[in-house]
Design a protein around this ligand. Structure first.
Ligand SMILES: Nc1ncnc2c1ncn2[C@@H]1O[C@H](COP(=O)(O)OP(=O)(O)OP(=O)(O)O)[C@@H](O)[C@H]1O
Length: 679
């Protein structure tokens, strides 16, 4: 009943929390904005699978809710673990492992000595209970022996605990260094994977996988050394001692008791695990529903759906409540069963020992020792269920994480690829008969060809979804063409090193996302080798310096998650400034669709002109007005450049697509200005 009331209270509390939160006027703006700014194509399903040689496990990270079984076997995992506790060329780690194992033996030995000393004390006191019956010198001796035995007993107990703690302290470095090493390896690997992987992954799932996987390593290593191995050792020692000192029956009772206890624990834990899984699932579901509902606060209010949201949330909480009750009830079954088995074993041993004592084959001390030996085992055995469940879960988590490291990037650098040879005057870009598609179905580009001469500004215009941003992704080698080539200064970009290629191209993306750090950090990110003065200089060039100086924290102003604390125009200028700092030879500007006010737009355009001066540049334009000064404009339609020329040339043909686009956009801006009362 009390279980029900605890779970019920939790449900009620959570429900009240959701109700009261949904009544707050401003709810988690960051999350709200994140969702608002999410690009729809980022939710698209698996792409390019026919080309990119990704392993089966890739699918797990593509946003699909279905979680396939891990591909790495448990024995492979164990082999990996051994590499961490016995690494090549890391003698200090090996030394620590040897010391930890020695301490383990030491502490277990002392643990087993304790019952022996206990027996000796009992027997000794039994024999010499009344000092006054002995002479003075004999009674002194008795007293000293008794004190020695009891102090020895205390020291053995303290020693066992000291050895145990020392072992933990010494082994902590081994476990933590494994975690650091592995987390770094996985993180580096993730950064090596291509954009395709990252667009399809679920960030939350990915970070959870790394987090759980690395924690799993630490847990399994510690459990092996601190729980499983010591328990096996202690069980073997206790059974051996009972057999050697008192005979087969004692050993059999001990083995039977521990065997029964272990089997019962494993079976019950397996049975209970499904309740725990259900409980975790229900908890996640409730959490997701709460977050989804709260980040959609405005939508919920627009449609008066508060009650509906609370009901949905409550349904998940009820599921959680039921599984939580089953989990707790089954824990009681586990605990009771374990205690019953152990008590039965203990009683059997005591019966044997009692009979031995009565029949004179054993002393009272022996009886106490038998009890203490077996009883001592109850402590590590008590944790067996939890350890077993956690180890199983940790191995699964580790499998998931190791599977991540097996995924191969689709875009790869050729072995010992040379650097891209490029200068400002030799940086022409050529797309030569490029064929490309993201996923099964029609090609996005079937035969795309064009050239951007060195030092010229080319604008690419076209309808939404015509593939303008994709051109940039192909140029930056986020993807490779299915056919055809992309050349820079006559070199196929697939044949040069990725680093040298990307170093020379600067991109201001359509959606600028900033790091949740200071403005200074975000601009400096463009080129970490520069100094603060350089940052100030580019900020001035982008007309950003004065704006920043007016902020209370100036350059130390935190920009918020994804830069959401800055205005759209400020964010774009930070993006331009950091690209200026990068100082690339080729510059790409994917114009943002967000409508900026005309003053901000003028400021941004003038910053841009400074940046692209004398560089080969591609400007992806949504509003034609921003590119009328381009040397050449390409009009993209159906995956091809259908028209090209300067603004003047293109506009002079009244039947051109460009002319139609221009007309439409002019009408729209006319209407806007009329609305605003400007005309
Ligand atoms: N990672 C992806 N996976 C699958 N399809 C994608 C992916 N990225 C883009 N697409 C699709 O490819 C097409 C071209 O996209 P792209 O972003 O290049 O268009 P765009 O011309 O830049 O559009 P806009 O002007 O709206 O920004 C679109 O239909 C888009 O939905």
């Amino acid at each position: 009943m009390w279980l029900l009331s605890i779970a019920g209270n939790r449900t009620l509390l959570a429900k009240n929390l959701l109700v009261s939160l949904s009544k707050q006027p401003i709810i988690n703006r960051t999350l709200y904005n994140q969702v608002k700014s999410f690009k729809p194509h980022q939710t698209k399903s698996l792409t390019l699978t026919n080309r990119v040689n990704l392993s089966k496990s890739f699918i797990r990270w593509n946003g699909s809710s279905q979680k396939p079984k891990p591909t790495m076997s448990t024995s492979e995992i164990i082999r990996k673990l051994v590499q961490f506790i016995w690494p090549k060329n890391k003698t200090h780690i090996k030394i620590r492992v040897v010391i930890a194992v020695s301490l383990l033996f030491g502490s277990k030995l002392l643990n087993v000595i304790v019952p022996f000393l206990f027996r000796d004390i009992v027997d000794f006191l039994n024999k010499n209970a009344k000092l006054k019956d002995f002479g003075e010198s004999t009674s002194d001796k008795i007293l000293i022996t008794m004190i020695a035995l009891i102090v020895g007993y205390g020291c053995a107990r303290a020693g066992a605990s000291l050895f145990g703690e020392l072992r933990s302290a010494i082994f902590a470095t081994v476990a933590q260094s494994s975690v650091t090493q592995l987390a770094t390896q996985v993180f580096r690997h993730l950064h090596k994977l291509d954009l395709n992987f990252h667009l399809n992954r679920q960030t939350g799932a990915l970070s959870k996988a790394i987090d759980r996987g690395t924690r799993g390593i630490s847990f399994v290593l510690s459990a092996l050394l601190f729980n499983i191995a010591p328990t096996i050792l202690e069980v073997a020692m206790v059974t051996g001692i009972l057999y050697a000192k008192f005979g087969l029956y004692y050993a059999l009772v001990s083995v039977g008791c521990i065997g029964g206890y272990t089997t019962f624990t494993f079976l019950t834990t397996k049975w209970r695990t499904k309740f725990r899984i259900d409980m975790n699932k229900a908890e996640n579901e409730a959490g997701n529903k709460a977050i989804d509902s709260l980040i959609n606060y405005e939508t919920v209010k627009y449609f008066n759906n508060d009650d509906y949201e609370v009901k949905r949330y409550q349904e998940s909480l009820m599921k959680y409540q039921q599984s939580a009750i089953k989990t707790s009830t089954s824990l009681a079954v586990l605990n009771f069963g374990q205690n019953t088995i152990f008590s039965t074993g203990l009683t059997a041993i005591m019966l044997l020992a009692g009979y031995g004592a009565v029949s004179g084959q054993m002393t009272v001390g022996d009886l106490v020792m038998c009890n203490a030996l077996l009883f001592q085992l109850s402590v590590p055995l008590n944790f067996l269920g939890t350890v077993y469940r956690e180890v199983r879960q940790s191995i699964l988590d580790m499998q998931n994480m190791f599977d991540l490291t097996a995924i191969q990037a689709g875009v790869k650098e050729k072995p010992s690829a040379p650097n891209l040879i490029i200068t400002p005057s030799k940086s022409a870009i050529v797309f030569d008969k490029v064929r490309f598609k993201y996923q099964e179905g029609a090609d996005l580009f079937s035969d795309l060809s064009f050239e951007v001469p060195s030092g010229k500004k080319v604008a690419i215009v076209g309808g939404s979804g015509s593939g303008k941003s994709t051109i940039v992704r192909l140029l930056y080698r986020f993807y490779d063409p299915l056919e055809g080539r992309v050349l820079i200064n006559g070199q196929d970009i697939r044949n040069v090193s990725l680093d040298s290629l990307r170093q020379k191209i600067g991109i201001v993306p359509q959606d600028t996302v900033l790091f949740n750090d200071t403005i200074l950090y975000n601009i400096h990110y463009g080129n970490m080798k520069t100094n603060v003065e350089d940052v100030y200089k580019v900020a001035e060039m982008c007309d950003l310096h004065n704006t920043i100086e007016k902020m209370p924290m100036k350059y130390d102003t935190m920009v918020g998650e994804r830069g959401l604390k800055l205005s759209g125009g400020e964010k774009q200028r930070v993006a331009i400034a950091r690209t200026m700092l990068k100082n690339p030879y080729i510059f790409v500007y994917d114009e943002a669709t967000s409508s900026l006010d005309s003053i901000t737009e003028q400021i941004i355009m003038s910053s841009l002109r400074k940046l692209i001066h004398g560089r080969t540049s591609i400007c992806i334009a949504h509003r034609l007005i921003t590119v009328i000064d381009a040397d050449e404009i390409f009009v993209l339609e159906n995956g091809k450049v259908v028209e090209r020329g300067s603004h003047k040339q293109l506009i002079s043909n009244p039947f051109s697509l460009y002319h139609t686009l221009w007309q439409k956009q002019s009408e729209q801006s006319y209407l806007k200005e009329t609305d605003a009362g400007k005309i």
